[in-house]
Design a protein around this ligand. Sequence first.
Ligand SMILES: [Zn+2]
Length: 287
Amino acid sequence: MKPAQPDHAAPADAQTRRAITPVICYPPETLPRPDLAACRAARDGWERVTEVLIPAREARCFEVPAGHFFRIRSVEGPQVGDLNLWNAANLAERFYSGKTRALHGTHLSTGDRMWTSHPYLRPMATITDDTLDWYGFDAFGGSVHDVIGTRCDPYTHNLLSHGGQYHHCCHSNLTRALADARGLTLAEAEGHVHDVLNVFMCTGFTRDSGQYFMKASPVRPGDYLEFFAEIDLLGGLSACPGGDCSSEHSSDTATCHPLLVEVFRPKAPPAGWSSPPVNGYDRSHGQ
Ligand SMILES: [Zn+2]
């Protein structure tokens, strides 16, 4: 946070410097764009092939073949989900929250993509429908589906609670789920857990101090976020112990609900679509 009383006096031209107009770092029109119309057309006659219920304060893994769709659905009450995605054939290639944020902004919606880590850096999933797209940004600067938070974790909780031990943070839930899905030890699995897409969570930064905030999610049963799998995916989804994240997480006090993951197989892939190759940088790094 910035100090309330700065140590250093502002220079004479401070207002001039502050008044410089910002430029968008990564204009979206410079990115390869998904063919949303083709993706949506591919949903006609699709078949639901998998359904995974994520119990409250737990996580589960699920697989989505390239060219399939999946939905994360609110089923019983307002509930936030923490989503990890990996290349199903290579856990080292995983969702890159920070670069996705730089490319698409703090909160994702239809047409945005989830990008993978270096050195792969390619779209792994494209958001094809979002029933909460009406929310936009509220008066506090809050919105849903952020890539600014990380995931609730027991290490931060331990620090903030002066020694507390809580085992159902999303970090631990995802660790157990991945260990179960892939036959890994907890220590092996933990290293693959990464910063998440906060599905349905309503967050922002306070305008005056830039602090990360959360507020009750506007999600209601029936709402969903829909993705198209650009590559073979392994997903991990945790039904956060924060419930709708209106008060606190890292405890069992919030009211929590399950989440539903549904995987759909289209009759045919979207017209003109092919699974994106890994990044084209030659990795010589100037040598
Ligand atoms: Zn959480």
